[in-house]
Design a protein around this ligand. Structure first.
Ligand SMILES: [Zn+2]
Length: 311
């Protein structure tokens, strides 16, 4: 963990210097063709639980524009016809709604320009459900803006996380990016990636319900146990990147996030760059895939407004 002096030294030393990127990898060999006609229909909804302020300079390596833009902290609520309700990430929860200075703390709140809207568990009534109906919570990684609301979930909600992430998240990270306060008492189930097969451009995956609808992809880089979640629907597929990509240009260009957060907050930015190339290739080759980046400002306007469902 960085103390205040260490943080300021790192800030001065790194704020202006772009990361020197490795050469582009050669295209990989894979195929992807979900059998859409036989897929059960999983509904998908997005809820913005909070907003932050981020500049292109912070979110895209090599970008000089320091103008702050409003960006979402979102959760995704999936409903499977027989397996019930599942949420991808929790965002911040009731503790942050009550007092952001308590969690994630004054410094993080100020640096992020964090504004809470409403926690997931307070909005499930809009779709005629309650927290007790959430059977599973899939956490892309345990940074506070993705796992801060875990403590709002009842014990009956099964918590899923990457094993590497659970151990990384047990300690407080730089600027409190990890803070186990909301999940320390939980017993998660780990995604069984060990020995699993490739899926699309990713080397390991878990077919969550075993029917091809919800696929969890091992995507380390942003954190040690970052995952992406793919939802295959009869019409098209949605890839929720978590923070494998903050904004669309991360995977479109591809470019990692800006130099300061890459050096301060990211576990291994070179590996995160590998994941961005995978997403880039996938989106380039497959027009039936929509990529939903973790904190893309445009998502605030273009995703269906809660409680509307995705096409
Ligand atoms: Zn995030």
């Amino acid at each position: 963990m960085l103390d205040r002096r260490g943080f300021l030294t790192a800030l001065v030393a790194t704020s202006g210097c772009a990361l020197r990127l490795p050469p582009a990898p050669s295209p990989s060999r894979w195929t992807w063709s979900p059998e859409r006609a036989s897929l059960p229909e999983v509904s998908v909804r997005a809820l913005t639980v909070a907003t932050v302020q981020m500049s292109p300079h912070q979110s895209i390596n090599g970008e000089k524009d320091r103008t702050k833009r409003l960006a979402p902290i979102a959760v995704y609520v999936l409903e499977h016809p027989t397996e019930g309700l599942l949420v991808v990430d929790t965002g911040y929860g009731r503790r942050t709604a009550a007092d952001p200075a308590d969690y994630p703390g004054r410094l993080a709140t100020r640096l992020l320009g964090l504004k809470m809207k409403s926690p997931l568990v307070d909005r499930l009534g809009d779709i005629g459900r309650s927290a007790g109906d959430l059977r599973h919570a899939l956490i892309t990684h345990l940074h506070h803006d993705h796992g801060g609301g875990i403590e709002d979930l009842p014990p009956t909600t099964q918590l899923w996380v990457h094993e590497r992430e659970w151990f990384a998240g047990a300690q407080r990270g730089a600027l409190g990016t990890y803070d186990p306060l909301p999940y320390a008492g939980r017993s998660p189930t780990y995604f069984p990636f060990v020995g699993s097969a490739p899926y699309g451009p990713f080397p390991h995956h878990v077919d969550f319900f075993g029917d091809g609808t919800v696929i969890v992809l091992d995507a380390p880089g942003h954190t040690a146990g970052e995952v992406c979640v793919l939802v295959n629907r009869p019409t098209r597929s949605y890839l929720f990147t978590g923070d494998a990509a903050w904004v669309d240009r991360n995977w479109q260009d591809p470019a990692p996030i800006g130099p300061l957060p890459a050096r301060l907050l990211v576990w291994d930015w070179r590996r995160s760059y590998d994941q961005l190339w995978r997403i880039h290739e996938w989106a380039e080759r497959c027009p039936d895939l929509t990529v939903i980046s973790g904190h893309e400002p445009a998502n605030l306007d273009r995703l269906p407004a809660w409680p509307g469902t995705f096409a």
